[in-house]
Ligand binder design. Structure first.
Ligand SMILES: *[C@@H]1O[C@H](CO)[C@@H](O)[C@H](O)[C@H]1NC(C)=O
Ligand SMILES: *[C@@H]1O[C@H](CO)[C@@H](O)[C@H](O)[C@H]1NC(C)=O
Ligand SMILES: *[C@@H]1O[C@H](CO)[C@@H](O)[C@H](O)[C@H]1NC(C)=O
Ligand SMILES: *[C@@H]1O[C@H](CO)[C@@H](O)[C@H](O)[C@H]1NC(C)=O
Ligand SMILES: *[C@@H]1O[C@H](CO)[C@@H](O)[C@H](O)[C@H]1NC(C)=O
Ligand SMILES: *[C@@H]1O[C@H](CO)[C@@H](O)[C@H](O)[C@H]1NC(C)=O
Ligand SMILES: *[C@@H]1O[C@H](CO)[C@@H](O)[C@H](O)[C@H]1NC(C)=O
Ligand SMILES: *[C@@H]1O[C@H](CO)[C@@H](O)[C@H](O)[C@H]1NC(C)=O
Ligand SMILES: *[C@@H]1O[C@H](CO)[C@@H](O)[C@H](O)[C@H]1NC(C)=O
Ligand SMILES: *[C@@H]1O[C@H](CO)[C@@H](O)[C@H](O)[C@H]1NC(C)=O
Ligand SMILES: *[C@@H]1O[C@H](CO)[C@@H](O)[C@H](O)[C@H]1NC(C)=O
Ligand SMILES: *[C@@H]1O[C@H](CO)[C@@H](O)[C@H](O)[C@H]1NC(C)=O
Length: 750
């Protein structure tokens, strides 16, 4: 294989005593980034690797260089990248977003730094990704998509990203080596949109046809581009390892091996869950681990000693005996060390929250205690801003842990966040816990609310609590990088910062869903809390409505805002949220009309009409912006088939099923729902139309409401919709500003 040829020869590998990660000391990557994103200033930035400041963590000093250029001294490549970002965002007034890089809007004459600025990270690790982000957001990403996200991470100072792509290629090689056949392996792997949960051992098999070899190969080729890029930008990729989850055929192939069945996950039939787990104390486990890691090292080089490995994510152990648990973790860790003498085991701590009744402190202590030493593990405290576990678990009994912002479940799109929880809270934790070694982002999906992620990564470079008001203003100013930005555009963000991003409602700790996205029913929708919340936590009339008015008005004052993609994005996002919230009011009116003894079926019909109109309006505003299109997700999926229509349809089914039924029969329906143009106007519209018609019908015939019938009807609509292929436009329709203004007049109403 040509893999080793991809390696820059200048790369020098050294094991830092603090991080025990592999650090890269070539500046080629950061210079390439400048060339890629700021070509007009390709020669304006000079980076010098030199010890900076007194901190042992990544640091930089920014100062004015020669000939109007900028000099950045840094102790590491990650420090250089963060230094460049600090210049671009704080002095240059520009940024790079999930929606695209605007770094090329830096002025032709670079503004001077003035007095030199020295800063350091406050933690050794800045981590990024949840295992499931690889399916909810990144399932169909191309290298071009990755390139943007990698630059976004590098510049913000992330140095420890998870890197799952292409795992199945190496794993299937190991499976073949132990004697499993292609069919055995095909029986195990899940579809392209569901690989995260197969990797976790939650699911097995595929409900959409066997995972094509072409997919496995293409994803591996993608990882061959991703890993070197991460490394050249100073990041240590957290690489996969052998987890123990194996095809069912292993039971018969190795009748004497210690293989147990995992528990059932999320209402799936045993065909799709109860994954077979090779227990780590079985010698075969170490054989497979060693083989896996050798193959991975051969493919990507010795670029990392940090391995992701989760055995019990929403999947309880075979036994709750403390000796058993210590045995499992001890053998697992020994297998990693047999393969890589410097191995560090990284795991998501979600189970300790989600399965808290199983994971009592005794059991957690026993499981973690099986691994010798405190530096040999890193635990991600996965939802630190909402349900932190590090306090209950005594700072993971001394093991290293990372404070993580989860924030988003399933790529849900409601506007939500709490500045306090992602600024003051991690600083408090750092002061209280000696084994906290990092801060990071572990969202299930990346869908809006970018400010609430930015601020956590900025807080990781600030020893004092970031000021919310000042932060939001500065953020808005660089998000719309035009000269003489109308003050209303910034004031709009002041309002958002003190409302949707100042969420104090402890029942809603994540982006809430809109009722539009939920399976219709006559009760149980409006008062949901927890991770699929629908409870309103702010007053739309006094927050989003004036914010949208100000943003719209800003363009009247400065026409050039039209050319700022993030301005267009935000108009649509806020308009979307206003309509989504209004839908709840209309729904309540419908249910009142239906339940009232004094109303007729005509009243029910009349109450339903504006709901369907609102859905059509919501669809129309979403369709104006590329970031809110179902077509984009489907197109991304189909593109991997490069013209093979059968394969493209298979990929499209995967893409559709994940965001709707999530399972062959709606096992976790709507968990990953989206407010996307084309989805709202077809799927959600059909469901609400059918529901309203049903209510009218039973009202007219004086029949009782039949919840079973409604649920079956809704599932049928889903099964049909998932099988369709996209026949609409692939591009946007209409002008965001015009549509948002029209809809504000119609639905703003204040
Ligand atoms: C499994 O163990 C039994 C009993 O020790 C032995 O007879 C048999 O040969 C073993 N089978 C395999 C496949 O190793
Ligand atoms: C474990 O799963 C295998 C394959 O699905 C099945 O044959 C076996 O009966 C299961 N074992 C137990 C103890 O449930
Ligand atoms: C699947 O797991 C459930 C427990 O979660 C268990 O009751 C059932 O027997 C398992 N089935 C198989 C085939 O292992
Ligand atoms: C990686 O390290 C292993 C020892 O852990 C060594 O055997 C192997 O040659 C190294 N591979 C590369 C590509 O440097
Ligand atoms: C773990 O359990 C297995 C099976 O009971 C046993 O053979 C092994 O010795 C145990 N290992 C340790 C480290 O306790
Ligand atoms: C790990 O940390 C705990 C808690 O601080 C401490 O009690 C223990 O001695 C440490 N273990 C080692 C091997 O350093
Ligand atoms: C989140 O912030 C609120 C105040 O906004 C506070 O009451 C709550 O305790 C914080 N939660 C966590 C987990 O830090
Ligand atoms: C935060 O910044 C705002 C605006 O710059 C300022 O008015 C306020 O006093 C600051 N708050 C704190 C607590 O420093
Ligand atoms: C198209 O894809 C399908 C499904 O992956 C595969 O079976 C078939 O061989 C492919 N056809 C061609 C011409 O590559
Ligand atoms: C409710 O609908 C289900 C599914 O269509 C049907 O089997 C059942 O008989 C209905 N119940 C009543 C009380 O009509
Ligand atoms: C969806 O497609 C599958 C496979 O082609 C087929 O078995 C199933 O009946 C279809 N379902 C619907 C509701 O059209
Ligand atoms: C918000 O405005 C709408 C439309 O004018 C009105 O119906 C609703 O009562 C208002 N809500 C609140 C909480 O004031």
């Amino acid at each position: 294989m040509l893999l080793r040829g991809l390696w820059p020869t200048s790369v020098v590998l050294l094991a830092s005593f603090v991080l025990r990660a592999v650090a890269v000391s070539s500046l080629a990557g950061i210079y390439s980034l400048v060339q890629r994103r700021i070509p007009a200033h390709a020669n304006s930035f000079t980076f010098t690797l030199a010890p900076v400041g007194g901190s042992s963590f990544d640091s930089f000093t920014l100062r004015d260089g020669e000939n109007g250029g900028i000099q950045i001294d840094c102790g590491s490549v990650s420090g250089c990248a963060r230094g460049l970002y600090t210049y671009a965002s704080e002095i240059g007034g520009v940024d790079i977003w999930w929606t695209g890089s605007r770094l090329d809007r830096l002025p032709a004459t670079l503004p001077p730094v003035g007095a030199p600025i020295t800063r350091s990270a406050i933690v050794p690790y800045r981590y990024m990704f949840n295992t499931v982000t690889f399916s909810y957001t990144l399932a169909f990403s191309t290298f071009e998509d990755w390139e943007l996200l990698i630059d976004w991470m590098a510049l913000r100072g992330v140095n420890l990203p998870l890197a799952w792509v292409g795992f199945e290629y190496t794993l299937s090689e190991v499976f073949h080596e132990v004697g499993l056949t292609d069919d055995d392996i095909a029986d195990f792997f899940s579809g392209p949109a569901f690989q995260a949960w197969n990797r976790f051992g939650n699911i097995q098999h595929s409900w959409s046809g066997t995972l094509p070899t072409q997919w496995i190969n293409d994803q591996f080729a993608l990882q061959q581009q991703i890993v070197p890029r991460l490394v050249e930008l100073g990041m240590t990729p957290v690489l996969p390892s052998f987890t123990g989850f194996v095809p069912r055929a292993m039971h018969s192939l190795y009748p004497n091996a210690s293989i147990v069945n995992g528990s059932q996950w999320a209402y799936f039939d045993p065909l799709y869950t109860n994954d077979s787990f090779l227990e780590p104390f079985d010698p075969l486990f170490t054989t497979m681990q060693t083989s896996f890691i050798e193959k991975q090292q051969a493919a990507f080089g010795n670029v990392s000693h940090i391995y992701t490995l989760d055995q019990y994510n929403e999947n309880n152990p075979y036994s709750g005996d403390t000796t058993y648990l210590a045995n499992i973790s001890s053998a697992t860790f020994a297998s990693l060390r047999a393969a890589d003498p410097q191995a560090i085991w990284l795991m998501q701590g979600w189970l300790f929250y989600a399965m808290e009744s199983f994971w009592t402190t005794d059991l957690v202590e026993a499981y973690l205690g099986g691994v010798p030493g405190n530096d040999s593990m890193i635990i991600l405290d996965l939802w630190s801003e909402g349900q932190p576990q590090w306090e209950r678990l005594n700072s993971y009994y001394g093991k290293q842990w990372v404070w993580c912002e989860l924030h988003d479940y399933g790529g849900t799109m409601g506007m939500e966040g709490d500045f306090y929880n992602v600024t003051a809270s991690p600083l408090n934790a750092l002061a209280a816990s000696e084994s906290m070694v990092g801060m990071g982002l572990t969202p299930e999906g990346l869908e809006g609310n970018e400010i609430i992620y930015d601020v956590l990564l900025d807080q990781a470079w600030s020893p004092t609590v970031i000021n919310k008001t000042a932060y939001a203003s500065a953020w808005a100013s660089r998000r719309y990088p035009i000269s003489q930005l109308p003050s209303g555009a910034v004031s709009a963000w002041d309002i958002l910062a003190s409302s949707v991003y100042d969420n104090q409602n402890q029942l809603v700790q994540t982006p809430p869903k809109s009722l539009v996205e939920l399976t219709p029913a006559i009760s149980g929708l409006t008062d949901l809390g927890s991770i699929e919340a629908t409870l309103p936590f702010y007053d739309t009339n006094t927050t989003l409505v004036p914010a949208l008015k100000m943003l719209l008005q800003a363009r009247n004052e400065s026409e050039v805002l039209t050319d700022v993609p993030e301005y267009q994005h935000d108009l649509v996002d806020i308009a979307r949220q206003i309509l989504a919230n209004r839908f709840t009011d209309l729904y309540n009116t419908l249910i009142t009309a239906y339940k009232s003894p004094s109303t007729t079926y005509e009243d029910v019909s009349a109450a339903g009409r504006p709901m369907l109109e609102l859905i059509a309006d919501l669809d129309s505003v979403l369709l104006t912006n590329e970031n809110f299109l179902l077509a984009r997700w489907i197109n991304a999926a189909r593109s991997w088939a490069v013209g093979n229509a059968t394969y493209a349809d298979y990929l499209e089914y995967n893409a559709r099923n994940q965001i709707t039924l999530w399972g062959p029969q709606g096992q976790i329906s709507d968990y990953a729902s989206k407010q996307w143009g084309g989805l709202v106007g077809t799927y959600y519209a059909s469901r609400w139309e059918a529901f309203i018609s049903y209510l009218v019908e039973v009202k007219e015939n004086e029949e009782p409401y039949n919840a079973t019938f409604v649920a079956e009807k809704m599932l049928d609509i889903g099964l049909q919709w998932d099988n369709e292929t996209w026949a609409g436009s692939w591009g946007t329709e209409g002008d965001s500003w015009d549509v948002a203004e029209r809809l504000l007049e119609r639905w703003g109403l204040v």
